[in-house]
Design a protein around this ligand. Structure first.
Ligand code: SF4
Ligand SMILES: [Zn+2]
Ligand SMILES: [Zn+2]
Length: 457
């Protein structure tokens, strides 16, 4: 699924074949479109298009190019248009010092005024900026108290600014220009987390390769996703799903993206989510705050934890995946019987099966469970987290009233003794001594992997 978060389908270049364009987008799995107004007239037309299609929504606003025409009557018209249920954002608004079609002080005033409208209505904003990064932040900071959320569309700023805007709660959106051969900021795309990105076409402008030079349309947004997938080493499906999830978080237009997942795909691996319960409460873990991984909501209630039969049904043909991994936002071995049943079935089908665990399995059951996993789990990833018992307790905040570092190490030894391949993982948060952790792994005879914060797979 893809969401094109920024289109201009209302303009006359689509008058001849608007319906075909929209249908083509839908057939390319573009499930939602946010069409953006640039003045009162285009906002009104945009809302009309949105009303005619379940999956099209609209932003309403005055573009910086048209700031000079802004007055009280226009403001009133915008307020009225915003009452429409298909109006889900204010935009596009902002500053454009590249074209300078409206005087800069007028642009700033009009931008500030529409930011206040966003604050009053609680709606997100779609921001357009060209060559005005300092001023745009200045207007936002002086107008709002961090209580306006939104997206910077077709982002052309630098990495530092992007990271600062993300910290302030904004999303960053990228369009067809990232597919151009002369696009210079590939490194920046790598650095900005996908969890904060949206994708767009900005059609009819900025047509992605290989159609550059032709009229752009929302059906080309998968090409933008493909470029990001190549850069971020994810699948195009992953990019589509994650950016759709993000767009829904911002605009609330695709509630199905919040559906809780029992099995979920990332790249070409399938993950099984047995539980969100855990024997720890790690300082870096989003389990109790917002358990989302790569656009998958894993917030499963205990009463909804899957049975083995249910999981097997949802997995379908396991051989279509490179591997199947037991990994939720909780400790999978709390559901040992589930893992044993599903794992045995997976092995009978010829799958490669992995288990991601915090290594507390033997503590949970008061016995050595490693031999029970033989022939069921091919590889276990165990979170070592750090190299010392005291730091481990500080990071993990376990439910036990005794040190669990040594029992966890012992579990690793038992798994290795049972001939199960073990990878020891750590998360690269400040204060973790990577070298000492790597030494522990080497001494135990396990593989070692440093994971970036919040990364699965
Ligand atoms: S052990 Fe894993 S699931 Fe449990 S709190 Fe720590 S990071 Fe989260
Ligand atoms: Zn724009
Ligand atoms: Zn635009």
């Amino acid at each position: 699924m893809f969401i094109d978060s920024h289109t201009h389908l209302d303009i006359d270049r689509f008058d001849e074949d608007r319906e075909e364009v929209v249908e083509r987008a839908y057939s390319k799995d573009v499930r939602y479109i946010l069409n953006i107004g640039t003045d009162v007239e285009s906002s009104r037309k945009s809302l009309g298009i949105a009303r005619d299609h379940d999956f099209i929504f609209s932003a309403v606003g005055v573009h910086p190019h048209d700031a000079v025409s802004y007055n009280d009557d226009i403001k009133k018209s915008l307020s009225n248009l915003l009452k429409d249920e298909k109006a889900v954002a204010i935009g596009e608004i902002g500053l454009d010092y590249y074209r300078d079609y409206s005087p800069r002080d007028v642009q700033k005033k009009v931008f500030a005024d529409q930011l206040l409208m966003a604050r009053d209505t609680g709606l997100p904003v779609v921001i357009h900026v060209r060559d005005a990064w300092e001023d745009v932040e200045e207007v936002i900071d002086s107008t709002t108290n961090g209580d306006v959320k939104g997206v910077f569309h077709c982002y052309s700023g630098d990495l530092e600014t992007a990271l600062r805007l993300i910290k302030k709660g904004f999303y960053i959106s990228f369009g067809g220009n990232i597919t151009f051969k002369n696009y210079k900021n590939v490194e920046m795309l790598n650095e900005i987390q996908i969890e904060k990105m949206l994708i767009e076409t900005d059609c009819p402008y900025l047509t992605p390769e290989p159609f550059r030079g032709k009229r752009n349309e929302p059906g080309y947004v998968p090409l933008v996703a493909q470029r990001l997938a190549d850069i971020k080493q994810l699948s195009v499906e992953d990019i589509g799903r994650i950016t759709a999830f993000n767009a829904n978080r911002l605009f609330g237009i695709a509630p199905e993206t919040e559906e809780v997942k029992i099995v979920y795909k990332i790249r070409d691996s399938l993950y099984v989510n047995p539980t969100i319960r855990c024997t720890a409460d790690c300082v870096f873990c989003a389990r109790l705050i917002d358990p989302v991984v790569k656009g998958h909501n894993l917030n499963i209630l205990e009463k909804d934890e899957p049975t083995a039969e249910e999981a097997i049904r949802l997995i379908g043909d396991p051989l279509q995946y490179k591997e199947v991994v037991f990994c939720g936002y909780g400790e999978p071995t709390l559901r040992l019987d589930f893992i044993k049943t599903v794992g045995a079935w997976l092995k009978s089908k010829g799958s490669i099966v992995r288990l991601n665990t915090n290594g507390h399995g033997n503590l949970i059951y008061g016995r050595n469970i490693a031999p029970e996993l033989v022939g069921i789990i091919d590889e276990i990833s165990i979170s070592l987290n750090t190299h010392s018992a005291s730091h481990y307790e500080k990071i993990m905040r376990t439910v036990y009233d005794f040190d669990t570092f040594d029992p966890m190490l012992d579990f690793i030894r038992k798994c290795l003794a049972a001939d199960i391949k073990v990878t020891i993982t750590i998360v690269d948060i400040p204060g973790v001594d990577v070298e000492s952790c790597s030494n522990i792994a080497r001494e135990l005879g396990a593989e070692f992997k440093v994971r970036t914060f919040n990364e699965v797979g």
